[in-house]
Write a protein that binds this ligand. Sequence first.
Ligand code: NDP
Ligand code: MG
Ligand code: MG
Length: 335
Amino acid sequence: MAKVYYDGDAVSGKLEGKTVAVLGYGSQGHAHAQNLRDSGVSVVVGLHEGSRSARVAREDGFEVLSVPQSVAKADLVMVLMPDTIQPSVYRESIAPNLKPGMALAFAHGFAVHYHQIEPPEDVDVFMVAPKSPGHIVRRLYTQGKGTPGLLAVYNDATGSAKDLGLSYASAIGCGRAGVIETTFEEETETDLFGEQAVLCGGVTELMKAGFETLVEAGYQPEIAYFECLNEMKLIVDLIYEGGLSWMRYSISDTAEYGDMVAGPRVIGSESRAAMKELLREVQDGSFAKDWILENQTGRPRMKAWRRREALQQLERVGADLRDMMPWLEAKKAPR
Ligand code: NDP
Ligand code: MG
Ligand code: MG
């Protein structure tokens, strides 16, 4: 059983008298900064010249400084900028302002695990990764609840990196829900594998393949959308609440029998072999190298892919249907 920590396990006072620089005020940044402040921690927000979120952070009452200034003022630096930007900002603005005994923290291990950032030995390096998007990290905290989180120590320079990490996790609300101990390696590799094989890549291709199979066979796209996309949420909600058995208890016996005979045919040996290959590419660094190069060349493949994906019939049909369901509070991704 994994080691899980709660608020009571955190050594109190670890953040007392300390200043935390939260670098970035996006999804995670706004939630960490606000939760820390509400937990009584002194916070400055570090942002770049021309940042759109700087105005939001100021409106929310934070002192906003440049990245070098905020790092110079801080005892603990939490890096919440996009993962691909972190290495250059680290080199130019963070590293020159780090002092021995300070702490450098992350919410995802990518940059450190793949050696895009190599922190000095005299600072504590840890990760507190809430397992949900930032707006939920904030919402649950304000409701007196919390988001489960991961804690990993990469470098323990002071002898109390883990205690500091636990206090940080508590202050953003993760200690209310449970903090699981892990390593940078495990967090990074499982996170990348999960989003590729299951959560993002796997699920979207599964839905697209189902939708296209029905439409190509002459069924109405609207019906295909409901069957293969809209209902996914209802099924996943049941699994989230009570596991596969609760979902299967709730659906019809016919659906459950179909699950039994068809599932292993759709995700068969070919898909399982592809998953192993994806995991290998995550482990040996080839996915990381590919993603870093894609960024260095201005994301040509990703931009073309986004354009193609937005034009699909499934997206057009879905947008029309969602407009007819006002209770969904339909969202539109910016172009
Ligand atoms: P966002 O894209 O939502 O926010 C990024 C923030 O960084 C923005 O405020 C942006 O400012 C700012 N920023 C951009 N460039 C710079 C720069 N050069 N210097 C300083 N600030 C800059 O990021 P996320 O919150 O999604 O991700 C942050 C970290 O959290 C990542 O490591 C990610 O892997 C991790 N994480 C994210 C989760 C999520 O659900 N989103 C979940 C768990 C971990 P502006 O836009 O105003 O220019
Ligand atoms: Mg991820
Ligand atoms: Mg059905």
